[in-house]
Design a protein around this ligand. Structure first.
Ligand SMILES: [Zn+2]
Length: 660
């Protein structure tokens, strides 16, 4: 009785505190209902068991620890996804990946799923997002995540710098500084600001003094640095007198394998090492300060919690549910935690699904897994047998989710322009491997458990290539091929590496083997053609490019290269056909236009060439090549005067005195 009275009083205090935060109008009601500031801070790649207040002794995270003292710490919080943009899409929508559909990099978050920012913006919030990595850039790799944000701090489209900083990543201090600058210019609240600190993501390169202090465990150094950036931001909020009344949420987007279960980084598996994340909620005026909730909670619960605390109705059919009762102390039901990862599909391996309930974890895989978390928290002893009643119960839970997800469109391919960025961040792009749309029945694919070492080596190779360490990348890929000499990804990556190192014969060898392993991959067939062409094997190159175009006829680069090979092979008629096909794909391609003109001249079709080139010089009159070719065409039809004028024009353009 005493306890329930105390709870009631605390709830009253909480609501009166919310009421003093900041005033805005409730939509449609006409009366003023106060809503307070909301600050969401996501820390990338943050394992809960590497944070001070979660019991880790080898780190100092004073800011997170202090926030936990002033707020409520969820000891058992989980992300449904071990991949950055999928996980963030779940935080911002309250939905599982199979519901919001962002199951991969570059897949847009469609407008039928409301985001937290949209819901708050409608209530008069000033909204802004500050991201620490291009992986969350809404123009390229995370389209739709910016919906509802009045300002979304994307990366510049073009940068001259070769450094990671500013091009791919921003240090935590930089992200926080940008958020503060924006807040300085938007002082009237209420605010909803999302700050993303990417630092703990690999490569682990903390700045001094963390690089020195944590030199033997640099991942922790990155976490400690991110904690200091968070500290700076919270101090700023305190100085502005925004801290007290604000609702502040700090959460990890996923963890890091650190070698557990053979996984170095994250994305492939659904073990706790990459799904158990810190979650701390500070209520206005430090309500329920210092409380620890032991029951399972999920990052999909964040959106419904914020909405309920603010008195805003939640969208229907969310996967998450509000944690208000857990925060306010009346009840804290343990929630069923679901996990999903499609990232293995990029390598041609089976996707995984998991359910964590009543101290058991079940993972659906070609070789399924069951762990009793009370006796085996490290998920080391697989206790799976198909007739086990727990297995059957948990399998049913998963079946409900897959039934709900059935019929949703599958992930779209990532635009080719983003593949370089993905590789630079250490992720495989769809151009490298099979896409999720061309895989057979997932249960027939290799189990990621048997393949994770290959993924680690690929990751090492991609990060080394990005750093210009070709020898290190080559060693990792050669090691991968010793594990599996028919690895399509290993062969294609090594082929591309040899190509970049100008070892074209070697490149052709690896890429040819990759084509044999998977004759259905148009990108690999194109690369093989390019390697053969550069090795001087024109007939082989032609066959490879034709095979590639048969698989995907819409490849401009393949058409252009094939056209050039026909020219070199003294078959200008075939070249003409190829360049015409290229122009159908991209009518404005200057390379295709010049190729076509040359093919016409080689066949002595001077009249056709004159007609085509006169048209071109009229529409794009500053291209000297067109005038030079036109001069040749005029000579062919016996018009030396116009030929001379065209030649003069070409010279003037080259000298910079021609038309602009
Ligand atoms: Zn992440």
């Amino acid at each position: 009785m005493l306890r329930s009275n105390a709870v009631r009083i605390l709830r009253l205090i909480f609501y009166s505190c919310l009421a003093t935060a900041a005033p805005i109008a409730r939509a449609g009601a006409g009366e003023k209902t106060p809503l307070g500031d909301v600050f969401l801070i996501t820390i990338d790649t943050l394992r809960s068991d590497h944070v001070g207040c979660y019991g880790y002794q080898w780190i100092q995270t004073p800011t997170i620890d202090q926030l936990a003292k002033q707020g409520i710490r969820f000891a058992q919080a989980f992300t449904p996804s071990p991949i950055t943009n999928t996980s963030h899409a779940s935080i911002l929508t309250g939905l599982l990946p199979s519901s919001h559909g962002v199951s991969d990099f570059g897949v847009p978050l469609t407008a039928d799923h409301s985001t937290l920012a949209e819901l708050l913006e409608k209530r008069g919030y000033q909204t802004a997002a500050f991201i620490g990595s291009i992986i969350l850039d809404s123009k390229t790799l995370a389209p739709g995540l910016d919906r509802g944000f009045e300002f979304y701090d994307n990366f510049p489209e073009k940068t001259e710098t070769k450094s990671r900083w500013g091009r791919l990543e921003r240090r935590g201090m930089d992200v926080v500084q940008r958020a503060e600058t924006w807040l300085d210019g938007h002082r009237t609240g209420p605010h909803f600001v999302w700050v993303h600190l990417y630092d703990p993501h690999d490569p682990y390169e903390p700045p001094p003094p963390y690089s020195e202090k944590y030199k033997d465990h640099l991942y922790d150094g990155e976490i400690a640095f991110a904690d200091s950036a968070l500290g700076r931001f919270l101090n700023y909020l305190k100085e502005q007198h925004w801290y007290e009344g604000a609702l502040i949420i700090v959460v990890g987007d996923h963890g890091e394998g650190l070698g557990e279960h053979g996984e170095d980084t994250h994305g492939i598996f659904l073990y706790d090492s990459t799904t158990h994340v810190p979650l701390i909620v500070k209520l206005p005026n430090e309500q329920e300060a210092g409380k620890v909730v032991e029951e399972q909670a999920r990052t999909t619960d964040i959106l419904p919690t914020i909405l309920e605390l603010l008195g805003i109705p939640a969208p229907e059919s969310l996967d998450g549910t509000s944690l208000k009762s857990a925060l306010l102390g009346t009840e804290a039901p343990s929630r069923t935690v679901l996990g999903e990862t499609d990232y293995p599909l990029r390598f041609g391996w089976a996707p995984l699904r998991s359910v964590r309930k009543d101290a058991f974890k079940f993972i659906e895989a070609p070789r399924p897994e069951l762990y009793d978390l009370r006796s085996d928290p490290g998920e080391i002893r697989n206790a799976y047998v198909p007739w086990d009643s727990t297995v059957q119960k948990l399998r049913k839970e998963l079946a409900k989710v897959s039934a709900k997800a059935a019929g949703k469109p599958s992930a779209a391919a990532v635009a080719p322009s983003t593949t370089d960025e993905l590789r630079a961040l250490g992720y495989l792009s769809t151009a490298d491997a099979r896409s999720s749309t061309d895989v057979p029945e997932p249960s027939l694919l290799p189990d990621p458990k048997d393949k994770v070492e290959e993924q680690n080596l690929l990751h090492v190779a991609m990060m080394a290539s990005e750093d210009g360490q070709t020898a290190k990348a080559r060693t990792a890929l050669e090691k991968l091929l010793r594990l599996d000499n028919r690895s399509e990804i290993g062969l294609s990556q090594l082929g591309r590496l040899e190509m970049e190192s100008e070892n074209y014969t070697k490149a052709a060898l690896y890429l040819g083997r990759a084509c044999e392993v998977n004759p259905q991959n148009a990108t690999i067939a194109y690369d093989y053609g390019r390697a053969l062409e550069l090795s001087g094997v024109l007939v082989g190159a032609r066959h490879a490019l034709q095979a590639s175009l048969k698989l995907n006829p819409k490849q401009l680069a393949a058409r252009l290269l094939l056209g050039q090979i026909w020219v070199k092979s003294n078959d200008p008629k075939a070249a003409e056909d190829e360049f015409e096909a290229a122009l159908l794909l991209q009518p404005a391609s200057a390379e295709a236009q010049i190729g076509l003109a040359r093919a016409l001249l080689r066949q002595k079709k001077f009249g056709d060439a004159v007609g085509f080139l006169e048209e071109r010089t009229k529409s794009s009159g500053n291209n000297a090549d067109f005038f030079e070719l036109l001069a040749q065409a005029y000579i062919g039809v016996g018009k030396p005067g116009p030929a001379q004028r065209a030649k003069d024009m070409a010279r003037r353009i080259r000298a910079g005195t021609g038309p602009h």
